[in-house]
Design a protein around this ligand. Structure first.
Ligand SMILES: Cc1ncc(C[n+]2csc(CCOP(=O)(O)OP(=O)(O)O)c2C)c(N)n1
Length: 376
């Protein structure tokens, strides 16, 4: 994407350059403001998620993306609605950036019926077929063969779209990485593997875990294009994602895009994140927080007119997060009688799995939750 350049020197009373009419009307500048607003929304959403988790409104594991917002928003901004997105389990920011309503994402975290995956996925398995976000996967590298299969399907059906598959740098030492990239390479599949290198896989640094810690170079093993960008800079991520997704759609060429980033919080909400890194390191990284840095850049370029406008953006995002929590609170728990639905395929293939259904030879003797509740 072309850089948005300031075009006037008029200054407001506080010394900041005023936004000119031309800039205000430019769709490109409007988009940058939207990207900034989405980054703010993700940060506030994640902060609220942590509070709700600590209030036990959210169960299971819960991994936050605070600090990684420029990668979430930059990569998703390069996607068409029809492009397919797969991620690992740190997916709240991606779900929001792909366009899913914050209420549906929060309701999913709460395990409620109005959640994006009807309350069946939770934090790690958010999924919304309407937006072509096909998960949210908790098994490290488990999403890679699925994404490769989706790219194969797009290719077989001759559809002009591509797949974006996010993974952490910890996932590149799994067999699924090698198998998936090999197939994507030999079959020229339209898929971009987006590696978010936040340096730590739980508490292990990338250079302790990886014989080649510069992950983008591993693409060469599959004769695939690989490159690395500063994942704290939204425009860098967007430019590279846009270019590589376009190439995947139009030329059927897979690629690896490594974004150097950092998670400000622990591995999951249950991890303080201080046993394997110093407070000083975290503090230093927070000094280069991608959100204020982008806000400042937009102010300097006149794409945002004043601190008041930044404050308004924050207030709007706060309101959306409050509404998301309200929506989630008011949504019902899924009906326990539906627990086994969607587990063994659709009704057309149900026969094949009949022996595994509740009460069957290889199934549970009874659907415990359904029959047990309230009967003792
Ligand atoms: C196959 C498998 N092995 C181990 C785990 C446990 N586990 C969960 S997250 C994680 C670290 C992955 O780190 P990375 O891929 O860098 O992603 P990040 O958490 O940094 O986003 C591990 C080992 C798992 N979920 N799946």
């Amino acid at each position: 994407m072309a850089q948005t350049k300031g075009s006037a020197n008029a200054r407001s009373s506080n010394g900041r350059r005023k936004r000119t009419k031309k800039e205000e009307d430019s769709p490109e500048v409007a988009r940058l403001r939207e990207h900034y607003e989405m980054m703010v929304l993700i940060r506030l959403f994640e902060e609220e998620t942590e509070r709700q988790y600590k209030k036990a409104q959210i169960g299971g594991y819960c991994h936050l993306s605070s600090g990684q917002e420029a990668t979430n928003v930059g990569a998703c901004a390069a996607l068409l609605k029809e492009d397919v997105l797969f991620t690992g389990y740190r997916g709240h920011g991606f779900a929001l950036a792909k366009g899913i309503d914050p209420g549906k994402v929060m309701a999913e975290l709460f395990g409620r019926v109005d959640g994006a995956a009807h309350g069946r996925g939770g934090s790690m398995h958010i999924c919304d077929a309407e937006y072509n976000y096909l998960g949210g996967w908790g098994i490290v590298a488990g999403q890679l063969p699925l994404a490769t299969g989706a790219a194969f399907a797009l290719s077989q059906e001759d559809q002009p779209y591509a797949v974006l598959c996010e993974l952490g740098e910890g996932a590149v030492n799994m067999g699924a990485w090698h198998e998936s990239l090999n197939l994507a390479g030999i079959w020229d599949l339209p898929v971009v593997f987006l590696v978010l290198n936040n340096i730590y896989g739980m508490g292990t640094t990338v250079d302790k875990a990886s014989a080649e810690p510069e992950i983008y170079k591993r693409a060469a093993a599959f004769r695939m294009h690989g490159e690395r960008v500063n994942g704290q800079d939204l425009e860098e991520v967007l430019e590279a994602s846009d270019r590589l997704m376009t190439r995947a759609r139009e030329e059927r060429k897979p690629a690896v895009l490594e974004c150097m980033t950092y998670r400000f919080r622990g591995h999951s909400v249950a991890d303080a994140g201080t046993a394997y890194r110093t407070k000083e390191e975290v503090f230093e990284r927070q000094e280069n927080d991608p959100i204020p840095a982008f806000g400042k850049a937009l102010l300097e370029r006149g794409a945002i007119s004043s601190q008041d406008e930044l404050d308004e953006i924050r207030s709007r995002a706060e309101k959306k997060v409050d509404e998301a929590v309200e929506f989630a609170e008011q949504s019902a728990d899924p009906d326990v009688d539906t627990l086994a639905q969607h587990v063994y395929g659709d009704p057309d293939t149900a026969d094949q799995f009949a022996r595994m259904g509740p009460g069957s030879p290889y199934g549970e003797r009874e659907l415990v939750l359904s029959s047990g509740l309230g009967s003792s």
